[in-house]
Ligand binder design. Structure first.
Ligand SMILES: *Cc1c(COP(=O)(O)O)cnc(C)c1O
Length: 349
């Protein structure tokens, strides 16, 4: 992949904003360069200094854990920011397109729309696998980025690795594999392939398995040239200091994440068996994530009845191939029991 062939022309000449903290990198000294309040912070905490614009501590730890060079790692204000930056980096509005595979995560469409970038759709096949011949056909339509969500939201399945490789080998633009749920299916990660394919960019997040959705931290892994472009475009302090600190501490306790994942997977098994025994439930699709796509005869009614019990699920029944389906996250033991009890009650009414 030749980065300059897919990068938007005007960005090739853009120089990044030089923040005060770019110019002097030492840790101690008398800092009179950034017009901060040297006296301190109003209220609790120490927030008076601008954070590290390149999140060196977090990225160095990720570099170690993921076995990737520092220059292959980009951090964003959630993966959402990275999705948006990628679209803005490579797609000329009203001209270039992104390819998505419905039913999938809504953010690709949302970011493309906001940026005036059109979508090309290559819907998944029944059973939710990718339609390779269709993708190969559609990728010719001025497509710059192909988004593959794996495990896919809302269907829950991991995408076939051989098909992902086929796409990497046949597409001249960027292939973004969104692995937001990969911690629930660790053997499924495609991350090692970023060393062999310079057009592969992998997204992961602290929002799901790490339990840090509120802190907003997404990870992007891939070609250092792509990382460079994103660094040039991003807001200088896109990841705040508190998030950097908590993410770093979390990375040092990765075993805690693993323990939570095992517990969630245990609950997931219980939830499957319990749902599976209910006549209301027509089908439960296989899942590599922390949720199930579940089919009912009357999803709107079930959805509303659950809301009345203050149980909130995601109604996906109007999405392509998801007719009749609610997406249900695996919760705590008590939450899952509450859900099953409510569904049983509906069954008896
Ligand atoms: C939840 C989710 C994300 C996470 O986005 P953040 O901005 O990192 O919170 C990304 N992709 C998919 C498919 C998701 O479902």
């Amino acid at each position: 992949m030749k980065i300059n062939q897919i990068l938007r022309r005007h960005l090739q000449a853009v120089k990044p904003y030089q923040s005060a903290r770019d110019e002097y990198k030492g840790a101690d000294g008398v800092f009179l360069d950034a017009n901060e309040n040297s006296l301190g912070t109003v209220g609790e905490g120490d927030f008076n200094r601008y954070p590290d614009p390149y999140q060196m501590k977090v990225r160095a730890e990720l570099s170690r854990q993921k076995d990737l060079g520092l220059d292959s790692i980009f951090l964003g204000n959630g993966s959402d920011e990275i999705i948006d930056l990628l679209i803005r980096a490579f797609c000329e509005p009203h001209q270039d397109k992104i390819l998505i595979m419905p039913p999938t995560f809504g953010m690709y469409l949302a970011s493309a729309s906001v940026n005036g970038v059109e979508l090309v759709e290559a819907p998944l096949k029944p059973g939710f696998e990718m339609d390779l011949p269709l993708i190969k056909e559609k990728m010719k339509e001025q497509v710059k980025i192909i988004f593959i969500c794996s495990p896919n939201n809302p269907t829950g399945n991991l995408m076939n690795r051989d098909l992902v490789i086929e796409i990497l080998e046949n597409f001249e633009g960027l292939v973004v594999v969104d692995e937001a749920y990969i911690d629930f299916s660790p053997e499924g990660t495609i991350l090692p392939l970023v060393k062999s394919y310079d057009n592969l960019f992998v997204l992961q997040t602290f929002s799901k398995a790490w339990g840090m959705a509120s802190l907003r931290l997404g990870m992007g892994f891939g070609n250092p040239e792509v990382v460079n472009v994103l660094n040039k475009m991003k807001m200088p302090y896109n990841v705040n200091g508190l998030t950097q600190q908590f993410a770093y501490e979390a990375l040092l306790k990765a075993d805690e994440k693993e323990e939570m994942v095992s517990e969630i997977l245990e609950q997931k098994k219980w939830l499957f068996e319990s749902l599976n025994s209910l006549p209301l439930v027509k089908q439960i699709y296989p899942s590599d994530a922390n949720f199930y796509l579940v089919k009912f005869d009357d999803p709107d009614q079930i959805y509303q009845d659950l809301i009345a019990e203050k149980i909130i699920t995601r109604n996906r029944s109007r999405q392509y191939l998801c007719e009749g389906c609610l997406r249900i996250t695996v919760g705590t033991k008590e939450e899952n029991q509450t859900l099953i009890a409510a569904l049983k009650k509906m069954e008896n009414e």
